[in-house]
Design a protein around this ligand. Structure first.
Ligand code: PLP
Length: 415
């Protein structure tokens, strides 16, 4: 698929927030890794659901039946997006809450067992701390896969030592939300499965950028969050069927006992689920194909290629600016279009403020909750890193505006 077949105009029209004008510029959103803008079709579908009359599940009213249908349609669409059966899909408030919930349930099951769990330094702490908390005060210790600060990839030479016969669970992210490194998870999952450990994958940063197939990966949990892919704030986890049945569920006595529903506490976010389904349909609309899976595959191929084109343009532009240090893995390492950097002598918050005030460019700074990674990279001083996260609606003009702004910052420092 050639880049010029990418329907950028059509995609931009689908996002009302791109009409926002600040200082005579259209706002340039580079904060997708913190949460993308929301597609118009998502906003409208959510609003229509609420306008049409709502109800809780299990009633005799037409609105209750419609709501039941909405939940099932959302489960089906997410199952297709994540490459798994709809029964494996569980909804919750957000990824962090779901991870704590599942970690607690597993920790309860492990009880007084001896063993270890494995986390990584690369991850967002939502895929570290819930697991550590779950084994605190128990006989289960924590092993950590470190990051090589030179290569900015995971250090896996001692994998057989870290993931061993005692390992109960390995928690790893598919891609870094701070520096974009796409982790090579296949050998890690293979090793975990060799020793009978569970695998929890954090797909929050990966899912908006490339196709991920849960059943093919052979992991036990895959977490993501719809607000990172043009939808509302709904957390999602795919849970393998046999694990779902084993998990100790903390449930209300009269609540449903089916293994999917038992993991969903109280009344879930119905209007959010309308939006989740619509967000997936929106992604699919970027691609072609006869059915949803085919359209999504094609869409992600186009998105990946376009986003990589923009990210490379940005990387090349920034490499030429003397006062900028990029924090990224080598060219031969696959990365999401998330570009992190520092401006010499400037606090990263000040950089973001400058970009916002003068160029209407929305970037974020800090540790992005990937605190261990930022510390390992020695980047925590002066407000952490600046992050430019590219989304399917970004343009070459915005990339060039960002490069120009950062060139001007350089002059600003020199003055
Ligand atoms: C990689 C990654 N994992 C987990 C999370 C937490 O997701 P949530 O906000 O849905 O709890 C984020 C949020 O930024 C993230 O980027």
């Amino acid at each position: 698929m050639k880049r010029n077949h990418y329907p950028i105009e059509k995609i931009r029209e689908a996002f009302p927030a791109l009409q926002r004008i600040e200082n005579d510029y259209f706002a340039g959103y580079f904060d997708g890794p913190g949460g993308t803008q929301i597609a118009k079709s998502v906003i409208e579908a959510m609003s229509n659901y609420m306008k049409n009359g709502v109800a809780n599940l299990g009633g005799q009213s037409a609105t209750s039946k419609e709501t039941e249908e909405i939940v099932e349609q959302a489960r089906e669409a997410v199952g297709t997006l994540l490459g798994t059966e709809q029964e494996n899909i569980v909804f919750g408030a957000n990824m962090t809450t779901l991870t704590f919930q599942i970690a607690r349930a597993l920790g309860y099951t492990w009880g007084d067992d001896r063993g270890n769990i494995v986390v990584t330094e690369m991850d967002h702490h939502a895929n570290i701390d819930p697991w550590i908390t779950a084994v605190e005060g128990s006989n289960i210790t924590v092993n950590t896969i470190c990051v090589n600060p030179e290569t900015k990839t995971l250090q896996t030479d001692n994998l057989a030592e870290l993931i061993n016969e005692e390992t109960k669970l390995v928690a790893i992210g598919l891609a870094s939300n701070a520096i974009g490194t796409i982790n090579e998870v296949v050998p890690i999952i293979r090793r975990a499965k060799e020793v009978g450990a569970l695998v929890a994958l954090d797909g929050v940063h990966a899912i908006p950028h490339f196709t991920v197939q849960f059943n093919d990966l052979g992991a036990d949990f895959l977490f993501c969050s719809a607000y990172k892919f043009f939808g509302p704030h709904v957390g999602i986890v795919a849970v393998k069927q046999d694990i779902r049945k084993e998990l100790t569920a903390f449930k209300l006595d009269p609540a449903p006992t089916e293994s999917t529903k038992v993991l969903e506490r109280g009344t879930i976010n119905f209007e959010g689920l309308v939006g989740v389904k619509e967000a997936i349909r929106f992604i699919a609309s970027i691609g072609q194909g006869n059915f949803l899976r085919e359209q999504l595959n094609d869409a992600f191929k186009r998105i990946f290629e376009y986003e990589q084109f923009l990210a490379n343009r940005l990387r090349e532009g920034l490499e030429k600016i003397e006062h900028i240090t990029l924090y990224q893995a080598d060219k031969d390492v696959f990365k999401t279009p998330t570009v992190a950097f520092k401006v010499a002598g400037m606090n990263s918050r000040v950089v973001c403020d400058y970009l916002m005030r003068n160029y209407s460019l929305h970037l974020e700074s800090g540790d992005f909750y990937a605190k261990s990674l930022i510390e390992r990279l020695g980047a925590e001083e002066q407000g952490g890193l600046v992050r430019a996260g590219i989304a399917p609606y970004n343009t070459e003009e915005e990339i060039d505006r960002l490069i120009e702004a950062l060139q001007n910052i350089q002059q600003h420092i020199a003055q």
